[in-house]
Design a protein around this ligand. Structure first.
Ligand code: ATP
Ligand code: MG
Ligand code: MG
Length: 362
């Protein structure tokens, strides 16, 4: 075991009772370890990735506030707060994280046992459960004072800001790639209107800022191993003020796509309307009551706007020389941008159907 890890473990109770220590899970961002203590059960220990998260202490403040709010709410609702939310374990000094001598930030959570974590959506039932889990997360936090949260990644879903970056990348065009992807660039420029939808609705007070999760992947939910129902939303690093349609829309963008995000055969890419239906049902059964009419009406637009935003980020990065998203092959980011274009086009074709599905819950 590395000396930095020993230094961290000593900050928590029961260090001498540690039986086992191992790397754990399939996370791509943080370093995750499983600790097994004699007598007092298992713990998840994580070192926060500070390349991605520049202000890990603010991130930890967000998590401490939200998890203790969730704990109280779940208890009040008669649920099991030890299993239905993450619970931070305090250090011996009563802190919710530890900063080691290298300046890395560590945190410990209770390990939620008897759960399954799925990597990919394989059927509508799972996707319904996923919708329910993230909808329920919204619902439980509907009366959380959102102004207390820090914006962990600035302008994360500020689509107007992303669009400005995209235009700057086209203007700079360091590798002369822009002229080779004119059709793709025009696709996005012609749809600039999408970038304003949510900022305008917020400015007009038609919708309000909520606590959003911002990483609504299936593997960020723990399912109960017996009932197969979604039990707990995990991976709270990116909780921030945002609009409900961002979490909804991003889930649809990657979960209800018939093809892979980097599929080259675009005939395989498109919106799976059955999966869209399943997620919508789960999400709105759980949080429909905490959203106003306009927030529900805009959900399907969230799917288009999140796909648009991702598309301009992929295409912008291709033009900029693949600086941000890792590539495994030539034109990888361009392929990714093209799948987003195909998905947006497909959603535009099915927009009336999407709208009807969502509006059933108003
Ligand atoms: P990502 O790549 O999704 O951003 P990450 O690096 O942020 O992942 P987490 O998602 O927090 O890491 O954790 C990685 C995995 O560890 C989870 O997918 C889950 O399988 C497991 N895990 C995390 N926290 C717990 C917990 N409290 N109880 C049980 N399992 C957990
Ligand atoms: Mg995760
Ligand atoms: Mg994560």
């Amino acid at each position: 075991m590395k000396s930095s890890v020993i230094e961290v473990l000593q900050q928590y109770n029961n260090f001498t009772k540690l039986k086992e220590f191992s790397e754990y899970g399939n996370g791509h961002i943080n370093d995750t370890y499983l600790l097994d203590y004699e007598g007092s059960g298992k713990v998840i220990l994580q070192k926060i990735n500070k390349t991605i998260f520049k202000e890990p202490k603010k991130l930890m403040e967000n998590i401490a506030l939200v998890t203790s709010f969730l704990r109280d709410k779940i208890e009040k609702n008669g649920g099991d707060p030890d299993r239905e939310t993450l619970n931070l374990i305090k250090t011996k000094d009563g802190q919710s994280f530890y900063e080691d001598s290298k300046g890395d930030i560590w945190r410990a959570y209770n390990f939620i046992a008897d759960t399954i974590c799925y990597e990919q959506v394989t059927n509508a039932k799972e996707f319904y459960e996923s919708g329910y889990a993230f909808g329920n997360f919204q619902n439980l936090l509907a009366d959380f004072p959102v102004n207390k949260l820090s914006e962990v990644i600035k302008n994360f879903h500020n689509t107007e800001d992303r669009f400005a970056t995209f235009k700057a990348q086209i203007n700079e065009d360091p590798l002369g790639r822009a002229k080779t992807v004119k059709e793709e660039i025009d696709f996005f420029l012609n749809r600039e209107e999408y970038t304003h939808i949510f900022n305008r609705a917020l400015a007009n007070n038609e919708i309000s800022l909520k606590v959003t999760h911002n990483d609504t992947k299936l593997n960020n939910i723990l399912f109960d191993k017996d009932t197969k129902k979604a039990l707990c939303v995990i991976d709270l690093d990116t909780i921030m003020p945002g609009v409900a349609a961002f979490d909804f829309g991003d889930s649809i963008r990657f979960g209800a796509n018939k093809g892979l995000e980097d599929e080259v055969d675009l005939s395989k890419v498109g919106l799976d309307i059955e999966l869209f239906k399943a997620f919508t049902r789960g999400f709105l059964e759980a949080c429909g009551k905490s959203l106003n009419k306009k927030e529900i009406e805009l959900l399907h637009m969230g799917a288009i706007v999140m796909t648009y935003e991702c598309g301009i980020r992929f295409l912008g990065d291709y033009i900029a020389g693949d600086k941000y998203f890792k590539i495994a092959r030539e034109n990888h980011n361009l392929d990714r941008a093209r799948t987003q274009i195909k998905l947006i086009s497909d959603m535009e074709e099915h927009i009336e159907e999407m709208k009807k599905i969502v509006e059933k819950y108003i």
